[in-house]
Ligand binder design. Sequence first.
Ligand code: ADP
Ligand code: ADP
Length: 228
Amino acid sequence: MIQLANVTKVYNKNMHALNNISVTINDGEFVYVVGHSGAGKSTFIRLLYREEKSTKGDVIVNGKNVSKIRNSKVPLYRRTIGVVFQDFKLLQNRTAFENVAFALEVHGEKSSDIRRKVRDALEVVGLKGKAKQLPHQLSGGEQQRVAIARAIVNRPSILIADEPTGNLDPVTSRSIMDVLEAINQMGTTVVMATHDVHLVNEMPKRTLTFNNGTIYSDVTEGGYFVDE
Ligand code: ADP
Ligand code: ADP
């Protein structure tokens, strides 16, 4: 579960990137985070994976007060949530398999366990046959699938995606949405920031619309109504 209580984030003295927001996201939900550029979406996302700390208010994720996690414990915390970005952030000289395995190998898993977990993750994202490809041998959509496999290989309870379809064409974007929905249906909470009105309206889900650092609306069945 994700709980924010009266959370404010100030980067510069008089600029409230987030202004006193409160919201609860329950286990298993699929939630879009939408709004104009500068509305606070990325800041919200960055608070969840402890890329930033709140200035005021508590961010509680799976019972942990995220702002209070010591810097040395942040990597451990991040293992419990998966994160996917617009620009994939794959290691260019590693295969798809190695990119996904990397998240496990750094904490000394047995290689047979690594192989099984990586294979499972690649299967979930529909990339079973592409494990030996390097990123540049894959399409953008396939690279994002590798990134998603890497994010879920530790079986996190929460998957956070910041504009995951931002670099992809509409057809590829839809296929990525299918992957995210499948992962959600396996029980993973999905929180996805997006600008893409069409995607949100095609696959209606709970939608938090940010505006000027506040949550302007929170509706259960999708719909992205803000004019761009
Ligand atoms: P969005 O993701 O909706 O575009 P952001 O969360 O990136 O919104 O930004 C919210 C506000 O905070 C904007 O005014 C932005 O300029 C500011 N901001 C974001 N990140 C930083 C930062 N690292 N330093 C200073 N200001 C920032
Ligand atoms: P086989 O199943 O044919 O015996 P292995 O499972 O031993 O083959 O895999 C051989 C190597 O191929 C592994 O060490 C692994 O790095 C790589 N590999 C390629 N594709 C995959 C995949 N989809 N899942 C797991 N390993 C893969």
